[in-house]
Design a protein around this ligand. Sequence first.
Ligand code: UD1
Ligand code: UDP
Length: 382
Amino acid sequence: MTGSSKPAKLLIVFGTRPEAIKLFPVIAALKADPRFVVRVCVSAQHRGMLDQVLEIAGITPDHDLDLMRPDQSLDALTAALLTELGKVMDAERPDRVIVQGDTATAMAGALAAYYRKIPVDHVEAGLRSGNIHHPWPEEVNRKIIGTIAALHFAPTETAAAALLRENVDPTRVHVTGNSVIDALHWVTARIAAEPMLANGLAELEARFAGKRIIGVTSHRRENFGGGLEAIAEAVRQIAARPDVAIIFPVHPNPNVRRVMDGALAGLANVTMIEPLDYPHFARLLAIAEIMLTDSGGVQEEAPALGKPVLVMRETTERPEGVEAGTARLVGTDTARIVSEIFNLLDDKAAYEAMAQAHNPFGDGQTSRRIVELLGHEIGKQA
Ligand code: UD1
Ligand code: UDP
């Protein structure tokens, strides 16, 4: 593309906390490149948790659809997303649409773009568990986006291989690493420069001094009901140990809050707190001895930091941490979760074997690679 060519207009669409975390480094890199005009549309499928990331990343969206409703259903959310994202695309008429991951927003964004014959590029492409019910509905969301996408930015070779097995054109699949590592590097540097950004846990840290901290997060839809109750009971049993303290930023989904409030309120060694902003969550990762989670992103961050992560799922579309030995699948059975945590707490060798910093998810250069690949792509079309 020559210096005089018109810049390509990119519409970046996202709606939840993890998409915002994984896209802010990509947005910053694209905005710094004069070959692109970047427009940001948030569905606000999440509200407070999205805004926390927008604020720390300094992003002001060009479009904010403000779609979150309390306890929203998948069908109402998806219908609203498709209609409203379509209107934004009609107004903006972007050259390309970029989506990340596997949420309802990402899937509807890809579909609305496809209905307008706008090419879609997919960040964090190719994650597959092989089970359409775990994670639900994300496995199917990813497959839909994978069918539509023009460029597939796969975080790892494993993810790229999954796409090739689905007969995706190999020239459209690029291994870029996962931009969560870019985000983690960025936030770590920000905290080093400005420690105040992450000092809000100081009181808790003082209260739990001398105790072994376990960080917990849980929000998966497939765990609603019995799964979450079993997880809550496991946390209750773990917290009965006097040497342990649990810090649990609770997802605001009412299905999660109801169960956790009922089972864990008032326990001396458990602190349930509001979702942490990204610098404070990075701080929690730093002070925790173990992470217990059903989150996707935390499965990627914990291995990068050498923190053993026990994953409360039956399968994972992120096998790399398990293969590297820093992550272990423990399902949602109470007795299994408790015994795996106790084993790590009591067996130093078992702990050390898992606490090896290993980062299968990239080198922090993912955003730069994505910009290069997109630049090449628009250059071909100029
Ligand atoms: C969504 C994504 C999931 C992703 C997760 C990350 C879908 C179908 N699910 O799940 O893939 O792993 O985000 O957290 O796209 N809520 C608030 N404030 C917020 C956010 C949520 O109150 O800032 C409450 C609301 O009551 C909302 C509910 O949580 O209705 C569920 O939000 P939703 O985005 O539908 O689902 P998640 O379970 O968060
Ligand atoms: N996270 C955060 N504050 C919290 C909990 C998580 O900033 O209180 C970050 C975490 O570092 C990770 C992302 O949110 O980058 C994961 O989001 P979530 O677990 O909601 O979604 P998933 O990754 O499972 O899709």
